[in-house]
Design a protein around this ligand. Structure first.
Ligand code: FAD
Ligand code: SF4
Length: 589
């Protein structure tokens, strides 16, 4: 018999960014809220302090802040029919484990999606006709518009103290910003980061080719700043230990720094660490969630009854938990019916390295997660896709995030992979190379999805989540076209040689790419093709809400967290402004 806890108004699954925001605002609305986080409690002091925080082996190679694959992992295959195997190590993406979630060890590159992304299907058909892409490109409209999200983007940027330069202020295009972004009501709360030489070399070449470079929007603070929650944040030191590390300097926006201090002041809100949720309990007849069952630090099963359940467990855990709990219809790739697990998407990344061979000093060790110069000329809404046969796009950036000793050793193609020649090449190119990256979109494909693998179980006896994914044809075309454009910029940057990392023939789950998983519990206007409505409320159980990038019907050519944050505030507006007064489905199916 599980232990039964005292009922709360709201239980949150997860203790990351979305949980911190939802917890703060629902506690303020007078609700008792508990967040169940599977990992440990962590805070800037003492957990993220030097010198131990600058241990590359521990944090970047052994992934000390990430999900432990020995407890819970995914099985993976490229296509339906291939044998799926469990991931023994998390490689391609690095889901978090512990209070603060992935925003503890993120980079801080904080974007808004262009308006077109929210109505990608309608936009593509209106602009290029119904046959522009095949029916294996299962893009969808989101059911929410950029205009509706704009004030929430604005607030999220203020909470995170984003540094940047607006390119489209209330419809007026401004030189030096991103001319392709949607109109914003306010400039960023802070100025952009100082750009290094790598950014200047990229900007000069890109401008020469007629593009529009601008500084990347950054959650690495550019000056001392106090956010709307009263959190005091400090300027970034460009220490280069950003992605996969917590920030010791109170400079990278994270739940610990920006949100939790204010949330924890309210006695209505609490976090219970080391509480791994294994099931959402629900009453099928009444069509409501009744609470969740979790395993506590002592290994005991505990039932937490609640009036409302909010999933905040990260993109791929949300749909897998729904499947493990028997909520909603699992997606079946053979019939294309069912919704849970559908439209799983990722990101399409390629790179170009420019080798200056001693003629430029780049100093890569001075970096920050979101330090970079970018062009958005090749994102979806920025160019004409006529005759190209694909939708989507992405931004191209020269980011200077780190020059850490274990992972950073750029060498030209053809260099031996070990031995004296390799060492000499590393010594020669370490301080004299600039790498460009394409951050490309990911369109959904009927074969790509999340499901359950009943062959394997996790440490709690649950069937493993199973991921089926390969790069769709649409995205291969997109990556080929845009990597060619990136190569032209690389060639114009004045280096002695360049190397190009084209998109691999097949997606591999082993090398790190990004932790920008999306889809699986997507939002929409039709319960036959979506799991949640336009307010992120479950179509099946009206008191179940699902936050995070699992709601994206397709992934855009940007990092996701700006949009995840704005969607969270959008959903909260519906919950506090309407739902709590009269709990019911906010949209009739
Ligand atoms: C290395 C890295 C770099 C990144 N860089 C960027 C970037 O530059 N820009 C950008 O936009 N985004 C970036 N991201 C993505 C960003 O961190 C996420 O979008 C954001 O953290 C999502 O917030 P969330 O609340 O949905 O999930 P998370 O922050 O991941 O929080 C989910 C929490 O739920 C917990 N959890 C999961 N399952 C359970 C369970 N069954 N029971 C209890 N708890 C559970 C997890 O332990 C975790 O703490 C990066 C991510 C990583 C890992
Ligand atoms: S680069 Fe800046 S924001 Fe990132 S960890 Fe270092 S000081 Fe913090």
């Amino acid at each position: 018999m599980p232990i039964r806890m005292k009922e709360v108004d709201v239980v949150l699954v997860g203790g990351g960014m979305t949980a911190a925001i939802v917890g703060k605002h629902l506690a303020e609305a007078g609700k008792t809220v508990v967040a169940l986080e599977r990992g440990p409690m962590r805070d800037t002091v003492p957990d993220f302090q030097s010198p131990s925080m600058h241990d590359e082996l521990k944090y970047s190679i052994r992934y000390a802040l990430m999900q432990n694959a020995a407890t819970q992992t995914l099985s993976f295959r490229n296509f339906v029919g291939q044998e799926a195997l469990p991931m023994r190590q998390l490689g391609s993406f690095l889901p978090a484990d512990g209070v603060g979630g992935a925003m503890v060890h993120w980079n801080g590159q904080t974007w808004r999606f262009q308006p077109e992304w929210f109505r990608l299907k309608s936009w593509t058909e209106e602009r290029y006709g119904k046959d522009h892409v095949g029916d294996d490109v299962t893009i969808q409209d989101w059911g929410v518009s950029y205009e509706e999200l704009e004030p929430h983007y604005d607030f999220f940027e203020k909470v995170c103290g984003i540094g940047g330069f607006a390119g489209n202020l209330r419809g007026e295009t401004r030189a030096g910003g991103n001319p392709f972004e949607g109109p914003r009501q306010n400039d960023y709360p802070n100025p952009p980061m100082k750009q290094p030489l790598s950014g200047k070399l990229f900007a000069d070449a890109a401008s020469g080719l007629g593009y529009h470079p601008f500084p990347m929007p950054s959650a690495n603070q550019t000056r001392a700043y106090t956010n709307p929650y009263g959190a005091e944040m400090q300027p970034c030191m460009y220490c280069g230990y950003c992605e996969t590390y917590g920030c010791e300097h109170f400079a990278k926006a994270s739940p610990q720094i920006a949100i939790l201090p204010a949330a924890m002041k309210n006695s209505n809100f609490s976090i219970r660490p080391r509480s791994h949720v294994i099931r959402i309990e629900h009453d099928k007849d009444a069509r409501i969630a009744t609470g969740v069952t979790y395993v506590d630090a002592q290994g005991r099963e505990v039932f937490q009854p609640a009036g409302m359940v909010v999933l905040c467990a990260f993109a791929h855990h949300n749909p897998i938990l729904l499947l493990q709990s028997g909520i909603g219809e699992p997606y079946d790739p053979a019939t294309r019916k069912g919704t849970v697990g559908r439209n799983y998407s990722y990101q399409t990344m390629t790179a170009v390295s420019v080798f200056y061979d001693g003629t430029q000093r780049i100093n890569p060790y001075m970096g920050a997660g979101a330090l970079g110069t970018v062009i958005d000329d090749w994102n979806n809404g920025s160019f004409d896709h006529s005759g190209l046969g694909f939708v989507g796009g992405g931004y191209i950036a020269a980011n200077q995030t780190s020059g850490r000793p274990i992972n950073h050793h750029p060498v030209p193609d053809g260099t031996p992979r070990w031995g004296r020649a390799w060492k000499e090449a590393v010594a020669r190119h370490y301080n004299s190379t600039v790498t460009l990256s394409l951050h490309g979109s990911s369109t959904p494909h009927p074969g790509n999805h999340l499901g359950l693998d009943r062959t394997y179980t996790d440490a709690y006896g649950q069937p493993l989540g199973m991921m089926t994914f390969d790069f769709p044809y649409n995205d291969r075309l997109m990556a080929r076209h845009l990597t060619g454009k990136m190569r032209e910029i690389g060639q114009a940057m004045g280096g002695r040689s360049i190397s190009v990392s084209w998109l691999a023939d097949h997606y591999s789950i082993a090398p790190y790419q990004t932790t920008h998983n999306s889809g699986g519990a997507i939002m929409g206007t039709d319960p036959r093709t979506s799991v949640v409505n336009r307010y992120l409320q479950s179509w099946d159980l009206h008191n179940l809400w699902i936050m995070g990038a699992s709601a994206f019907p397709q992934n855009a050519g940007y990092n996701p967290t700006g949009t995840v944050g704005s969607l969270t505030y959008w959903a909260l507006q519906a919950i506090t402004g309407d739902y709590l007064k009269n709990p019911r489905p906010l949209v009739q199916a």
